[in-house]
Design a protein around this ligand. Sequence first.
Ligand code: S3P
Length: 180
Amino acid sequence: MRLYLIGYMGCGKSSIARKVARASGLRMVDTDAEVESREGAAVADIIGYMGEEYFRKSEREVLLSTAEMSGVVVSTGGGLPTWGDNMEQMSQMGCTIYLRRSPENILPRLSPYGRAKRPKFRGLNDEQLLAFMHSHLAEREPVYSQAAVTIECDVKSDEMVVQEILTIIENLKTYSYEEV
Ligand code: S3P
């Protein structure tokens, strides 16, 4: 079983994947963390020094490497689904879950570190950041919404979102012939 959590920056993919992994026994793979360990540098530095194209290629290699894994919940970088045919790849490799959250809901969840580590958010005040997220998310939404499952996160606590994903895992175990 392979689950891919997708969604906008700051929507909670990594923290929710961590909780799902702990509760389900699936292994968590975080594509940003994997790229960082392969490259030996932080995502912001990889993008800053090597460029976004370089980062996206490394991110895609990490994504493709998950095809050989089973029993994983993969937390993906916010831009990963929008690059090349990554979205199609994920749909073929496993179950894609879109954590849908509005910019208004994301903003208060972002720590100062969470803002600083994301190159696209740097140097923006709250108002500018909200405006940026609205237009950027609108560009990405058509890709994100191709996910097999969409979870509306604004109206749910993180625990409810985790529970919903655990139910999906139980259903996949029941109705799929695939080894978990
Ligand atoms: C990016 C999202 C980041 C990270 C990189 C680019 C994006 O991941 O991969 O900074 O383009 O949306 P998170 O979604 O975990 O912030």
